[in-house]
Design a protein around this ligand. Structure first.
Ligand code: NAD
Length: 437
């Protein structure tokens, strides 16, 4: 199949590379000249494990190209994927669809022959109808089927997720499109990935419902963690105890500093707005959004309390800045609210992250960036572990402690056992660990 992907960010690039690896002929398009020039040189603009090698091997196999020329790339394509951003619209939290609609307008004039236009971007219910309307009004002769094919990959495990998905959701109203999409994903039948064909609006809603449910699950265990702290219980054990129940499942039950990232915050907010627009309020999701916002801000207060109630003039070392490990993505990361909260109360912040520091420099002011965890600890009055990168899971605790002024360790991911930290002489604060070490 000839496939054109419009938008070569996290989703577009991973989709394009994996589809090329399946044997399709793929061109990844972006309006960012610098990004495309870099990709042509084999330089990957994002950090995603395994992507680098896969891009190189598919370029040399002649199955993957990069272009800024949308009309020329779209013309011969059997399928055009739209994979541009749908950020929160400033002010009201609605999904900003301006990038998706701009692509629809460009694609309208460029298609030739029967073409499937598949939206991979996360878009509100009814967006597919609007994309179809835009294309038909600009080019009434266009023979196009608009399909919803939401993406569920996780940054940091994106290639594995794309190649071994739990399911592929395809929303469409056109039998020819069904044949084309079946062909696109045929290689995945070998992995027995279920293809769920459904109506376009249903597919659009599946994506938001999935993300909102996961965000709710995280928020639920975070509130249970708060209760554990005051009631004298251990959230790790509670999570295990409920997660072993197959009806609940153990995933997304890790208490922490609140969810962040490029998807959950914006998608939960967008679902709230969609519910309001349809007069069908999403009250659980509204509450989830509000609890999570509050929680992210509360994390600096937790650190301040661990430091005896005052951080003025103190130095706090922050380990991990990205919203989760194995990505360089800093969007809505809990570290941002934490650091600002500490700075507002007069603390100096030193931070280290294996991949996120370049972006962090432009997002957070007044932070001194260290080269590694031990340099972060030097002269610190407290260490806060914010992102559970592997290299923070087996720290030389004696070395960390001897570099610090005061041995306060706030572990927002419950990486370390409280007993072990006490043995090493730390004053240790985790999340939802209301039991004495
Ligand atoms: P991104 O910001 O990393 O990439 C979007 C790319 O689109 C950018 O490179 C931008 O330059 C390009 N672009 C914008 N307008 C364009 C145009 N008119 N023509 C060509 N290129 C254009 O975004 P992302 O993280 O890949 O997310 C894309 C979509 O996928 C969003 O709707 C998001 O919600 C959804 N999604 C993201 C993830 C994730 O983990 N990042 C997972 C599932 C779904």
């Amino acid at each position: 199949m000839k496939i054109a992907i419009v938008g070569s960010g996290y989703v577009g690039l991973v989709t394009g590379v994996c589809l090329a690896d399946f044997g399709h002929e793929v061109v990844c398009i972006d309006k960012d000249d610098a990004k495309i020039a870099a990709l042509r040189e084999g330089i990957i603009p994002i950090y995603e494990p395994g992507l680098d090698a896969l891009v190189k091997s598919n370029i040399s196999a002649g199955r993957l190209r990069f272009s800024t020329d949308l009309p020329a790339s779209v013309a011969p394509a059997d399928v055009v994927f739209i994979a541009v951003g749908t950020p929160s619209r400033r002010g009201d939290g609605h999904a900003d669809l301006s990038f998706v609609y701009a692509v629809a307008r460009e694609v309208a004039g460029a298609v030739t022959g029967f073409t499937v236009v598949a939206t991979k971007s996360t878009v509100p219910v009814g967006t597919g109808d609007e994309v179809a309307h835009i294309i038909a009004s600009i080019n009434p002769d266009a023979d196009v089927a608009v399909v919803s094919n939401p993406e569920f990959l996780r940054e940091g495990a994106a290639i594995e997720d794309f190649k071994r998905p739990d399911r592929i959701v395809i929303g469409l109203e056109d039998d020819r499109a069904r044949e084309v999409m079946t062909e696109v994903y045929r290689p995945l039948y070998l992995n027995q990935a279920p293809l769920q064909f459904t109506a376009r609006r249903t597919a659009e809603l599946i994506k938001y419902a999935a993300n909102a449910f996961l965000a709710m699950k995280i928020t639920f265990i975070n509130e249970i963690a708060d209760l554990c702290e005051v009631a004298g219980a251990d959230v790790q054990e509670v999570a295990r105890g409920i997660g072993l129940d197959n009806r609940i499942g153990s995933k997304f039950l890790h208490a922490g500093p609140g969810y962040g990232g490029s998807c959950f915050p914006k998608d939960t907010q967008a679902l709230v707005k969609i519910g309001q627009d349809f007069g069908s309020p999403m009250r659980l999701v509204e509450t989830t959004v509000s609890i999570n916002d509050h929680r992210k801000r509360a994390m600096s207060r937790k650190v301040i309390a661990a430091c005896g109630g005052d951080v003025r003039g103190k130095t706090i070392g922050v380990l991990g800045l990205t919203f989760k490990p194995n990505t360089d993505d800093m969007r809505e990361a809990p570290s941002i609210d934490l650091i600002r909260g500490l700075q507002d109360r007069g603390a100096s912040v030193v931070a280290f992250d294996p991949q996120g520091m370049d972006t962090a420099r432009s997002l957070i002011e007044g932070v001194r960036f260290a080269d590694n965890a031990y340099e972060t600890a030097r002269g610190a009055d407290a260490i806060v572990l914010v992102t559970e990168w592997n290299e923070f899971r087996s720290l030389d605790l004696d070395r960390i402690k001897s570099a610090m002024i005061a041995p306060v360790f706030v572990d927002l991911r419950n990486v370390y056992p409280p007993q072990e930290m006490a043995r090493h002489g730390f004053t240790y604060v985790g999340i939802g660990r209301g039991i004495e070490p």
